[in-house]
Structure formats: structure tokens, C-alpha cells
Design a protein around this ligand. Sequence first.
Ligand code: F6R
Length: 253
Amino acid sequence: MGHFTPLVVFESPEAACRQLAADIASFIRSNDARHRPTVLGLATGNTPLPLYRELIRLHREEGLSFRNVTSFNLDEYVGLERDHPQSYRSFMHRHLFDHIDLPAQNIHLPPGGVLTDQIPARCTAYEASIAQAGGIDLQILGIGRTGHIGFNEPGTHIDSRTQMIELDAVTRQDAAPTFGGIANVPTHAITMGCGTILAARQIALLAWGSNKAAIVRKAIEEPVTDQVSASFLQTHRAATFFLDRAAAAALRE
Ligand code: F6R
């Protein structure tokens, strides 16, 4: 069994992201003042878009600098070149990296475009680069309708590390619109493991909208199970759920 996972319910995704972005900004600034780097774990998908918009605003209007930040993304599709418009690397450039001063050499995503036989070694190298950066200070997560965090689909072990996985049918269906049809959605991805994510010192899971309500309830209020990777967050000392009202609607308490 896990323990109570803290959650905060907001009026809107924008309100939640204003709060989280302000927390991130003061964390970066206090690290800067002590000449310490900040290591952020980032997610793609629709959920973090309002967060990235707010971080860009803080950079443009309030002088927030990312020059001492290092980032590690959760996952990347296998078989897409780095510059493919649907690659998560391209996504991150479009929605965040191209609009802030995060140094290019500080950006890390799992390698999706390499030959299959090179993937295990590259996954090990990804873990090593996270360790070399000093570990992840704050990991941002969304949640899939399968309960996945990163692309850790049902059945993934709590101790798993960065690896190639096969995407669940539900996950591929959810990605179909952006790929112009399910036939174009990659079958595999490389993802940080559950153990990689749980090693982050702080975790913020974001979820909006009624289609996330049922899985949010399972992750928070049902026992820890490898059938819902997000339930593993119950075992973490500093994981918080940022929800809007619709995503919190199925919670009992
Ligand atoms: C994305 C990721 C996924 C998404 C999840 C929710 O990097 O790791 O776990 O967070 O699939 O996707 P959205 O936000 O599009 O509903």
C-alpha cells in the first residue's frame, strides 16, 4: 500500500500552471543565487502546454533565465528522425526550447532515431547522463488514460529504467489525430522507467479534463499496482498532483 498523495485542485489548467511555473521560477532563481544548476524532467503532450506558455512568458516578461537549467525529457518515439515534425524533440522545440534561453547542449531526450540494436546502449547512456547531471530535481508528468507516466504502460515494473517499450493500443489511438491516422503512429517508444521517474527529488503530475478523471482516481485512491504506473507516485515522498476541477471530479475525498 502507498500513502496519501498530496493534490491541489485549481479552477483551470492555466491557474494550476501559473502556480507551478511560479514555483519553478523561484526554484531556478534560488539555485542561480547559490551557483547551483537546476535539473528539470520534462513531458510532452497536451497537458504541459499551458505550463510551457507560462514559463515562456516569465522568460520574456520577467527575466527568468534558463541558462543554468538542464533538461531531460521523459520519452521519444522510436523510428522518427530528430527533426521529424511529430518527434518529441521537435515538439519541445516548438513549444518551449525555441522560445527560452536554455542552452542547446543542456537539452536531452531519449534517442528515438537510432538503429534498434543501438537502443539498449543508448538507454544506459541516457541514465548515465541523468546521474552525471546530479539527478532530476523536479520531474513534470502527464498521465495517459492507461495510467502511464512517461510511456510506462500497464505491467511495467516499479524499478524499471530507461528502455524501449511497445505502446499500448489506447495510447496509439490517443496519438492518432496528431499523426493523421493510427497507421502513422509509431509502435514503440523509448521512455524513462518508473524507477528513473521515482528517483526525481520532486514530482508534479498534471491532469486536466473529464477524460482523465477515472484514471486520476485510480492512481490516487486505489492500491499501488503495476497496472497503473501513476499509482507508484503514492510511494514517493514529494509527488504532488496538480488537477483542474474536471480531472478531480471522480475523487471520493
Ligand atoms: C509525454 C508522456 C505521456 C503523456 C500522457 C498524457 O511525454 O510521457 O505520459 O504525459 O500520455 O498525454 P496528454 O498530455 O496529451 O493527455
